[in-house]
Ligand binder design. Structure first.
Ligand SMILES: *Cc1c(COP(=O)(O)O)cnc(C)c1O
Length: 395
């Protein structure tokens, strides 16, 4: 692995200063790990002391092509010398090329660009309301769709929502995940859309029953309700396909994307089927689809194609899953997921594992209290997976 920095003088002083400044000047919203990271390559990151970690968090399913992928870095450098930002009042070649690429890999017809997952959900919800003339949404228990006030109103967890009541969409119904009949019961003449993650991420890497999404699609068709898939976390090869919907053979009306879309650079987008589109002036974003993010996204899509990362995610995901399942410990309730989106549900809160693994040079994340979420870069090697499993075994 190639890192830039060779020696690490004053690391302790820098570490202390960073933590002190953060505690003084940054709103303390994050439960942060005691790490100051400075470099990343592939599936590895390094802290300011020079210690390396295998990164099974990957910026929370963002760095799918790995940290500082050479194609992404080169595209960013080249674009930064030409033009960093220009308004959507004008066209750029790079945005047009990206739109074409996204339409091709999503199988949908048109895209709208924004800057994050929550913003993509806002766009999806606005589009659903504008085109149906209805206002209600049905979302799943344990769902996560983002922290802006609209996306929050279809996000399940009470602690995310309660300080900000009332929700913008007061007519959201939450139904149990992977239960199509519950959706049939809740749909009414004011339901604009059903909003689902094809695999729930934040909610604990929950994989639905094989026919669930197909049944929901049928219910939506019968009742003239739109179906929105939130593929913010599951997209861009994470589950071994471009998008998780392909595993289930179901097409949404609107799909949201973000996280890995920009190869690490902030970006979001929605794609929608034929005939479903915003009209002039209905929606806009200053930065959406800007040249820098678009260049990074195009390079990242190219890397996924040229380096067969979908196949790699499938193969290494199956390898990882098998090794995790072979651990056969009594405190593991279930190992689940698809591709390189894996969850290990423990019988107790998994925070301690995160600390132990970090000490041993592995970054992992614990979600929904007791689920270890493993979402490494798709370029992770089998050797690196072996090391991760070894550390988890020790833990
Ligand atoms: C992360 C995430 C979001 C929110 O994305 P942000 O970029 O943090 O706003 C929305 N939906 C899903 C499924 C996510 O995983």
């Amino acid at each position: 692995m190639f890192f830039l920095k060779e020696n690490f003088p004053d690391s302790q002083a820098i570490y202390n200063a960073v933590l002190e400044k953060d505690s003084k000047y940054v709103m303390q919203t994050y439960g942060r790990q005691p790490l100051v990271l400075s470099e990343g390559r592939g599936a590895l990151v390094r802290d300011i002391f020079g210690k390396e970690y295998i990164d099974c968090v990957a910026g929370i399913a963002v760095n799918n092509v790995g940290h500082c992928h050479p194609k992404v870095t080169a595209a960013l450098q080249a674009q930064a010398e030409k033009m960093i930002h220009v308004s959507n009042l004008y066209y750029t070649e790079v945005q047009a090329k990206l739109a074409e690429a996204l339409v091709s890999i999503t199988g949908l017809k048109r895209v709208f660009f924004c800057n994050s997952g929550a913003e993509a959900m806002e766009a999806a919800m606005k589009l659903a309301r504008a085109r149906t003339g209805k206002s209600g949404f049905i979302a799943a228990e344990q769902s996560f769709h983002g922290r802006t006030i609209g996306a929050l109103s279809v996000t399940y967890k009470g602690i995310y929502r309660s300080p900000f009541e009332p929700p913008v969409s007061s007519d959201t119904s939450f139904v149990p995940y992977s239960d199509a009949e519950a959706i049939r019961e809740k749909i009414n003449e004011n339901t604009a859309a059903v909003i689902l993650e094809p695999i729930q991420g934040e909610g604990g890497v929950n994989v639905p029953a094989p026919d669930y999404l197909k049944e929901v699609r049928e219910i939506c068709d019968e009742t003239d309700t739109l179906l929105i898939f939130d593929e913010v976390q599951t997209g861009f090869g994470r589950t071994g396909k471009w998008f998780c919907k392909e595993h289930f053979g179901v097409e949404p009306d609107i799909m949201s994307m973000a996280k890995a879309i920009g190869g690490g650079v902030p970006m979001g987008a929605i794609a929608a089927r034929e005939g479903l589109t915003f009209k002039k002036s209905e929606h806009a974003s200053t930065f959406g689809g800007g040249p820098l993010a678009s260049a990074a996204s195009l390079a990242s899509i190219k890397a996924i194609k040229e380096e067969n990362l979908l196949e790699k995610a499938t193969e290494n995901g199956a390898y990882f899953m098998k090794k995790l399942r072979n651990m056969q410990r009594e405190d593991i309730l279930e190992v689940r997921g698809k591709g390189l989106m894996l969850g290990v549900e423990m019988t107790y809160p998994c925070g301690k594992f995160v600390d132990f693994a970090r000490e041993k040079g592995v970054l992992i994340n614990c979600t929904s209290e007791s689920v270890l979420r493993l979402v490494p870069p798709l370029v992770i090697t089998k050797d690196q997976i072996d090391s991760v499993v070894e550390v988890l075994e020790q833990a």
